[in-house]
Design a protein around this ligand. Structure first.
Ligand code: FE2
Ligand code: FE2
Length: 141
């Protein structure tokens, strides 16, 4: 079923309390939002493909940056988190090769929904554990 267009709008519950990570997460969520608007334009404009490819590039850079941060703070689930990142990248690379490069308009709406669900799911699932870890090892009070 088609999801609500506001689903990936930034949610404060996604804060990790690491400002540089939160900024990257906000930028990713907002770029995915801008892609969703283009998905409803028929035919799908070339700019939608460009934005999608840029998001994949940004996700790759973000994952690499985030993994360095997690290593620095001694994150207890780092190996698992790296594996989850790799699985997401594998999925995005497959979309790139099968849908974005050939410019498959018919497959784009589902690909955009999958992207949105994947990013939002990672933010609310794995990335939200980072904040819990920080507060556990370094309680504020
Ligand atoms: Fe992550
Ligand atoms: Fe992240």
């Amino acid at each position: 079923m088609r999801k609500n267009v506001q689903d990936i709008a930034w949610a404060n519950k996604w804060n990790t309390d690491i400002s540089s990570l939160d900024l990257q997460h906000k930028n990713l969520a907002s770029t995915v939002e801008s892609l969703k608007v283009l998905e409803r334009v028929v035919p799908i404009p070339d700019s939608a493909y460009d934005i999608f490819l840029n998001i994949i590039s940004d996700v790759r850079s973000h994952f690499s940056y985030e993994e360095k941060i997690l290593l620095n703070i001694g994150y207890n689930e780092l190996d698992h988190h790296i594996k989850v990142h790799q699985d997401i990248l594998d999925k995005l690379i497959e979309i790139q090769e099968t849908i974005l490069i050939p410019k498959d308009d018919a497959a784009m709406p589902d690909a955009i929904i999958l992207l949105e669900e994947t990013i939002a799911g990672h933010l609310s699932g794995e990335d939200s554990k980072i904040k819990k870890y920080i507060h556990r090892v370094n309680p504020i009070d």
